[in-house]
Design a protein. Structure first.
Length: 197
């Protein structure tokens, strides 16, 4: 029945379009304290690549006072995650200029709950100026993007990866951050498709 074809095709395409838009993963990008707009925009842009994610940059949020440790002049990253879970719905990637730490570690570049919905990235030690190096905006942003993708990967269910260069490898030092790429390896990529399908 030739006549029925056009409507069949129409509904097929219509269906496809609905799926591709509806499947986009949404995430709120929350600046905790003042964070340069360029960095937030760059993160929003780069999250589209590995995860087809739609990021929405929110208003500045105050850092939770309860997470501050005055003896270390650092914020406790797990407490930041608790705060975000309490105050925000949906997936959240928070970014802060403050230094962060967690039990047993001097500092963390970021933290997320695996298969959770909240994450934090501290850009403090990703800035070349932290190591008394000259200002380098491009390097700074590249590092932030890597750590943001890494933490969002955890939210989506990825664990640490041993494949050299994969963004999901664990970074203990700034050298580790610089060594890895901002890309997922084939294994992690496949896992993301399975976890998000
Ligand atoms: Zn990690
Ligand atoms: Zn990997």
């Amino acid at each position: 029945m030739f006549k029925s074809r056009p409507s069949h095709f129409f509904s097929f395409f219509n269906h496809k379009i609905t799926i591709s838009l509806g499947d986009r993963i949404k995430i709120k990008i929350v600046p905790l304290g003042e964070v340069p707009k360029d960095i937030l925009e760059k993160v929003r842009e780069e999250l589209k690549v590995p995860f087809h994610m739609v990021g929405e940059i929110t208003q500045i949020e105050k850092l939770p006072k309860s997470a501050y440790n005055q003896f270390r002049n650092q914020y406790h990253s797990s407490m930041i995650l608790d705060f975000l879970e309490k105050h925000y719905e949906g997936r959240v990637l928070s970014i802060t200029k403050e230094d962060t730490y967690t039990e047993g570690l001097n500092f963390v570049f970021g933290q997320a709950k695996i298969k959770g919905r909240v994450a934090v990235v501290s850009v403090c030690r990703l800035d070349p100026k932290f190591f008394h190096k000259p200002e380098d905006k491009e390097l700074f942003e590249r590092r932030v993007v890597k750590e943001a993708i890494h933490e969002v990967g955890h939210i989506l269910g990825l664990t640490h990866c041993n494949n050299k260069g994969c963004v999901m490898t664990f970074s203990n030092t700034i050298g580790d951050v610089d060594k890895k790429t901002q890309n997922l390896c084939d294994m992690c990529n496949m896992q993301v498709s399975l976890l998000t399908s």
